[in-house]
Design a protein around this ligand. Sequence first.
Ligand code: NDP
Length: 293
Amino acid sequence: MPAKLIDGKAYAEGLRARIGAAVATLKKEHGLTPGLAVVLVGEDPASKVYVANKAKQTVEVGMNSWEHKLPADTSEATLLALVDKLNKDPAVHGILVQMPVPKHIDSAKVLNAIDPAKDVDGFHVVNVGRLSTGQEALTACTPVGCVMLAKDTLGDLTGLNAVVIGRSNIVGKPVAQLLLAENCTVTIAHSKSKDLPGIVRGADLVIAAVGRPEMVKGDWIKPGATVIDVGINRIERDGKGKLVGDCDFASCAAVAGAITPVPGGVGPMTIACLLYNTVKAACAIKGVKAPGM
Ligand code: NDP
């Protein structure tokens, strides 16, 4: 039987609608309008598109949005001064510095200059530490989106064997921590892992975050397993540009119980989870309970 398609686009639309309702409640009951400031340094075309989409969706759910566009030759000190200003601005509840920043700027220094309470990307060491010690934390958006889709598909994840392929700080490690918190038995595989197909064959839940087009094949997948494909890879096929994931969709979908498509799976969840984190941050800063989302 072919796999059920996990529709991340539809889930993200529903989540944004719930965030919009939560924002309306916060405005009405607490006079609180969550606000997100996004900082872009330079002219990277992909980053410009991401930042524009973030701003559009922030406004659509009723939140305040600020875009700070700085030239590529901005000094690290100037960027740090802007982060400091945003940290101190009471109307700003979430701060996101779009990565990558130009090479002359130390990205770790900038990410760790953000107030952890406003770190809606979840990359500050304090939030990473909180996540790994089981404390309330702002957590990286794509991993949060992956786990939302997994739970929506499977319900309780307790006891499942989860294999995460990839150990980046942005996706692999935080998604593994979140799955551990959901009581999965988690294996993290990476480029030095031996017998990757054998490791993946033991998984009830596979999260592929590798950045290698169509690497995971159908005969690696345990029949009925759930496959969450984080990869976004641009390839040329039949003379045309195409987006594909890290999983070979056709062969994996023939074996899996459920699978995310690329595009339309994990991708749309990232911005929705950024808005979700901004509402959480605003509520925590203001000391009010976050409405259900
Ligand atoms: P990174 O390049 O930072 O990390 C890739 C990971 O994959 C590394 O841990 C690497 O291992 C591992 N890896 C590489 N080759 C292999 C291999 N042959 N076998 C097993 N593991 C391997 O990538 P990211 O985590 O940032 O992103 C992963 C993918 O997810 C990309 O396609 C990216 O575009 C996509 N992405 C999508 C997002 C979204 O949907 N919004 C957001 C973020 C990322 P090692 O550590 O040993 O080098």
